[in-house]
Design a protein around this ligand. Structure first.
Ligand code: NA7
Length: 494
């Protein structure tokens, strides 16, 4: 039972990455200590804990990839390296007193809405219960292993980019990298000067945008520390905002002048920066710009023009103990093989088993594709919020801003529950269906649906990405429409 301000209510948070920590911090800030964060790993950081590959860099400017309430004047670069971001989250977990709420090395394996509350089971056999369930499990956390014959027969070291084996020597080795997403591009850029021979196996060429390689000096950091308005200026830089707006226009409306301009900029960069016409044609995508998530890199074109680096576009036939056999019979001999082959982006909270009202199974509702009302809540799964959940704004923006808006929405949504008016709130199925129909229509008209393969595309063949202007997202997140929600369990002590 809750008291009138909901202090008796308990929150279970799944995941101690950026979004799970945010939920914990926000609860602490409202004076609520009644929560536990379950984390399957042994430290905080989520994607920045799992990914430790050489060259790991966030593709959003560091001062924008920062909690709105905790600026960091010490970012070393305009785009921060992964380890620094993980340290930032660790510092935040300590600063806001969230660390002691985290149970590490404990994975939530099941969650069930029963007797007007969530009951969860964990990998250590613990049972716990709470009134609210925050699924902050991240989007890209289940590695996609390629179905290439013979991968397990390779005699050297072979690992997925998100399972980097730091015991494996890289200097002077013959290294192969499969995959040309943002990860593969960053790894190749970082290893070009270290490998004796580096082969980048490319199935699909990528559109690549140069990014500022600005390194902040101690003097810059001192100025950021003394004058937070300078940080604001980076976060709200009108040129950056204008570029973002133009980019959004380009992806939502592929026939717009903004898209033509984007494609012209990317094409000019390719032509100016890659000298060898044969290599240039290998690197030229045969689909429209930004159909796949745009890659930001300032050193990839330089890396692949080094004499020890090869972009290999011939098809991979299989992997053999000595290396990669191409389908024309050539063997590329390797010591190390990195699988930068992406993630299964449709998993979200899965493989966890989640059951809602009356035993409703999330796997059933998500059989074709994960669905959530405005990307945050799910019918029959009361008081459950998905932070950075299905079809949210994942395209080249700060997911921190997105998670903060989603948390604020959930916080407002839970007011009737905190007041004791009901045990739970979930959107109606009608509301989800109506939203989803609009979403599908909008998604079908975006650049992401223009005919390339990418992790944005879901089981229904449509992009699982927010397909309207961001203003609309901020607007719908600013205030829940309670008319689309139903109360579950009119109990409590109101
Ligand atoms: P991505 O962007 O999903 O890229 C995966 C890459 O792996 C992509 O180039 C794929 O080629 C390639 N791939 C996957 N399977 C195979 C097989 N079987 N053979 C050859 N190539 C294959 O994942 P990333 O980790 O790079 O980036 C994910 C996100 O993390 C990124 O968008 C940022 O948000 C950060 P394809 O293009 O499908 O031909």
């Amino acid at each position: 039972m809750s008291d009138s301000n909901g202090k008796g209510l308990r929150t279970i948070i799944i995941g101690a990455g950026m979004a799970g920590l945010l939920a914990g911090i926000r609860l602490k800030q409202r004076g609520d200590d009644n929560f536990t964060i379950y984390e399957k790993g042994d430290c905080v950081g989520g994607t920045w804990r799992e990914n430790t590959y050489p060259g790991l860099t966030c593709d959003v400017p560091a001062h924008a990839y920062t909690y709105s309430f905790a600026y960091n004047p010490d970012w070393s670069q305009f785009m921060a390296p992964g380890p620094e971001i993980r340290e930032y989250f660790e510092a935040m977990a300590n600063r806001y007193g969230v660390m002691e709420h985290i149970r590490f090395n404990e994975e939530v394996t099941s969650a069930q809405w029963q007797d007007d509350r969530w009951r969860i089971g964990t990998s250590t056999g613990r049972d716990d219960e709470g009134n609210m369930l925050v699924a902050a499990t991240g989007v890209l956390h289940v590695p996609n292993y390629p179905d290439i014959e013979g991968v397990d027969t390779f005699a050297g070291a072979c690992f997925h980019s998100a399972r980097w084996d730091h015991s494996v020597p890289l200097d002077g080795e013959r290294i192969g990298v499969i995959g040309t997403g943002s990860t593969g591009v960053q790894i190749v850029s970082a290893l070009a000067d270290r490998a004796s021979e580096l082969t980048h196996f490319q199935r699909t060429a990528q559109w690549i945008m140069g990014r500022p390689g600005v390194v902040y000096t101690e003097e810059d950091k001192r100025r950021f520390r003394e004058d937070p308005a300078l940080i604001e200026a980076v976060r709200n830089n009108p040129e950056g905002a204008a570029n973002r707006d133009r980019f959004l226009e380009a992806v939502i409306n592929p026939e717009s002048p903004a898209h033509a301009e984007l494609e012209a900029i990317l094409t000019a960069q390719l032509e100016e920066r890659v000298q060898d016409p044969v290599l240039r044609e290998k690197l030229r995508p045969n689909y429209r710009a930004a159909c796949k998530r745009l890659i930001f890199a300032n050193d990839y074109y330089d890396a692949v023009q080094k004499p020890n680096v090869e972009v290999e576009t011939r098809k991979i036939a299989r992997v053999e103990p000595q290396g990669v056999r191409l389908d024309d019979g050539t063997l590329v001999e390797l010591d190390v093989l990195v699988l930068a082959t992406g993630f299964r982006a449709d998993q979200f909270v899965r493989p966890m088993k989640i059951k809602g009202v009356g035993g409703a199974d999330l796997d059933d509702l998500w059989a074709e594709v994960p669905r959530a009302y405005f990307a945050v809540t799910v019918p029959e799964f009361p008081n459950m919020v998905l932070l950075n959940g299905p079809a949210g704004p994942v395209g080249n923006f700060s997911l921190i801003d997105v998670a903060e808006a989603q948390w604020d929405y959930f916080d407002k949504l839970m007011e009737p529950v905190r007041r004791g008016e009901c045990a739970g709130l979930a959107p109606t199925m009608q509301a989800l269906d109506a939203y989803d129909e609009r979403r599908r229509k909008a998604a079908a008209g975006t650049i992401w649906a223009s005919g390339c393969k990418s992790w944005y595309i879901g089981g229904d063949g449509l992009p699982q990405v927010w397909s309207w202007p961001m203003e609309y997202f901020w607007e719908v997140m600013s205030k829940p429409d309670f008319g689309d929600y139903e109360k579950i369990g009119e109990t409590q002590d109101a």
